[in-house]
Design a protein around this ligand. Structure first.
Ligand code: ATP
Ligand code: HMH
Length: 272
């Protein structure tokens, strides 16, 4: 059977809950053939980040080249890009592939608070990479850093989206996982507002929710879904994964979400 293809350009999480590992699991469970470009290797588990080693930029460049010159891809998810130099090399490569949908998750800090992105890389991402994205998916703290707003409500999330759309992405999805009451996400394409509601689930096991969500959106885009439908399915995927997280009970800190849950609930329909 022919499978759609998705590429993740992100950091490695040795604990398997976030980064490249979460992305490849998500791609597989959603029926998509996954490829990867590793930007950094982190020594990480459910308790924290203990080391970060950036991959040399020429090796990142060659990974992208190796994947795209032979295998190709139907969508790209971008996660951790820890330095300005890494942002530059990824931008230069992706400028050549303007027709491939790109989901850009502007990852800045891990759940425990460890920074995953240098300050000057933030500016470079805003200036150079945002305009290549089909959708950018900041969480609330990331949207605050990018817009310098304080975000406490859905109205604040909308104000942030209005600022971020001006930086050139086709759409902005501000994620409300950090809101107190509900986990509602807001999509804005410069004209329309779409709300993706979500019940807040009370669990400490939310390591990698952002990575899993953005890679689920990329997988759905790879299968040919429109952006809105891709996000709707991905939201259902992440909600189920968070709901099932306590069953998994991995590690003693912030454990990963349950990537299998959506496939368990939907059966092979998950692959369509
Ligand atoms: N406790 C929760 N209950 C329900 N949904 C949640 C919860 N936490 C996050 N979400 C949802 O999960 C998705 C990911 O959002 P979130 O804001 O957690 O990303 P993130 O902070 O980038 O994650 P991370 O940096 O840990 O990978 C969003 O759809 C958000 O609404
Ligand atoms: C490698 C990696 N990417 C992203 C995140 C954000 O959750 C993380 N903790 N680790």
């Amino acid at each position: 059977m022919k499978r759609s293809r998705a590429l993740t350009i992100a950091g490695s999480d040795s604990g398997g809950g976030a980064g490249i590992q979460a992305d490849l699991k998500t791609f597989t469970l959603l029926g998509v053939y996954g490829t990867s470009v590793i930007t950094s290797v982190t020594a990480q588990n459910t308790q924290g980040v203990f080391a970060i080693h950036d991959i040399p930029t020429n090796v990142i460049d060659q990974q992208i080249e190796a994947v795209l010159s032979d295998i190709g891809t139907d969508a790209i998810k971008i996660g951790m890009l820890s330095s300005k130099e890494i942002v530059k090399v990824v931008t230069e490569q992706l400028k050549q592939y303007k027709d491939i949908p790109i989901v850009l998750d502007p990852v800045m800090v891990a759940k425990g608070g460890s920074p995953l992105l240098a300050d000057d890389a933030k500016e470079e991402i805003k200036k150079e990479l945002f305009s290549l994205a089909t959708v950018i998916t900041p969480n609330i703290p990331e949207a605050e850093v990018l817009t310098k707003l304080t975000i406490k409500t859905v109205e604040d999330m909308k104000k942030a989206a209005e600022i971020l759309i001006e930086l050139g992405p086709q759409a902005v999805l501000v994620k409300g996982g950090h809101l107190v009451e509900e986990a509602v996400d807001i999509l804005y394409d410069g004209k329309h507002w779409i709300t993706f509601p979500g019940k807040r689930i009370n669990t400490k096991n939310t390591h990698g929710t952002g990575c899993t969500y953005s890679s689920a959106i990329a997988a759905e885009l790879a299968k040919g879904k429109e952006l809105q439908k891709a996000i709707k399915n991905a939201k259902e995927f992440i909600q189920m994964a968070i709901l099932g997280a306590d069953e998994l009970n991995i590690g003693s800190g912030h454990g990963p979400t349950n990537h299998w849950k959506y496939l368990e609930e939907k059966g092979l329909e998950a692959w369509n």
